[in-house]
Design a protein. Structure first.
Length: 325
């Protein structure tokens, strides 16, 4: 039924807006088409030769022109997936280029890998900027919501694309498997056993990563379910928002939730649709827990691992995750 829905959607000629924006709409088909279009742009940039070495802070990125407008200017990254030797060589080239870089606009298209964590944080913010409701928020509310949902977007994108690669753990487009257990062992060796003191935090992060991937594999999420869940997840009317901001976010969340519910009824029937809808919403709780465990994990890495990189390399993730606060 998913394929049938896609064919019908493709037959509907929605206008391709010059604006890269998820517009407010009550039409479920248009909402799904609009979200799919934006997600395609995100994946094109993620898989392209666009490869910034340094990144601005959250505040600067929010007011900068959209990176998604660059999709036509960059080709797909050649040579992916890389061999293990190729990954190691390109990672070393990337590290050396970052150390030498002094401008946040520096690009190096000869390197076949990226700073995936920071790059995906940047793309998650760009994704958030495309939503019309987000542009209606005050700048302070935009910052508050971005800090709350950026890693949620990042985790959902990373997990689902890995699932599409038929991987059972996180996998980057260049072919690198992100094995949390190996990462823990590596940094424990580098820090002389310091990370073992935070064993509970590390194990919780490992478990949350496994749960996130396990859900996708077990439930066989469709692309439509994924894009709607991601849209619902970013519409979190948290207390820190202004009253007007919470109202805008809540109303938008209701629209996306109704669209997902209708999709579930259409795909799984009126009898099984509601239970599928409830199951899908439970995934957001897994992602939120993963977000919190990831932030603790990254804080440990920043505390115990001596980075020989310019501080500007971490300006974006620090401003999003509040690691230094």
């Amino acid at each position: 039924m998913e394929e049938t829905r896609k064919r019908k959607q493709n037959e509907t000629e929605f206008p391709k807006s010059l604006e890269i924006m998820v517009k407010s709409s009550k039409n479920p088909d248009y909402i799904i088409w609009n979200l799919s279009y934006i997600d395609e742009l995100i994946l094109k940039i993620r898989n392209s030769t666009y490869n910034p070495l340094l990144f601005p802070t959250l505040e600067k990125l929010l007011v900068a022109p959209s990176t998604l407008k660059l999709t036509s200017g960059y080709k797909p990254m050649p040579g992916w997936p890389l061999t293990p030797q190729g990954l190691a060589e390109n990672q070393q080239k990337l590290n050396n280029a970052i150390i030498k870089s002094s401008h946040q606009t520096d690009l190096d298209q000869s390197i076949n890998t990226k700073q995936w964590h920071t790059f995906d944080i940047m793309l998650s913010i760009e994704y958030l900027k495309t939503f019309q409701f987000y542009q209606l928020l005050t700048f302070n509310d935009q910052i508050v919501l971005a800090k709350h949902v950026t890693v949620i977007i990042q985790s959902m994108t990373f997990a689902f694309t890995s699932f599409q690669y038929n991987a059972d753990c996180f996998k980057t487009p260049d072919g690198c498997f992100v094995d949390i257990r190996n990462t823990m062992n590596l940094f424990d060796f580098i820090t002389g056993g310091e990370m073992k003191k935070n064993n509970t935090i590390l194990r919780n992060h490992l478990k949350s990563s496994q749960n996130v991937m396990g859900f996708l594999i077990r439930e066989k999420l469709t692309n439509t379910e994924y894009i709607l869940l991601k849209a619902i997840a970013i519409c979190d009317p948290i207390f820190e928002l202004s009253e007007e901001g919470r109202k805008i976010v809540w109303e938008t969340r209701q629209t996306f939730s109704k669209t997902l519910f209708k999709y579930c009824e259409t795909e799984y029937g009126k009898r099984n649709g509601p239970s599928r809808f409830a199951t899908l919403l439970s995934y957001i709780n897994l992602i939120i827990y993963h977000q919190k465990s990831l932030q603790k994990f990254l804080t440990i890495l920043k505390t115990h691992f001596v980075f020989k990189m310019p501080q500007a390399m971490f300006s974006l993730e620090d401003s999003v995750l509040n690691i230094n606060n």
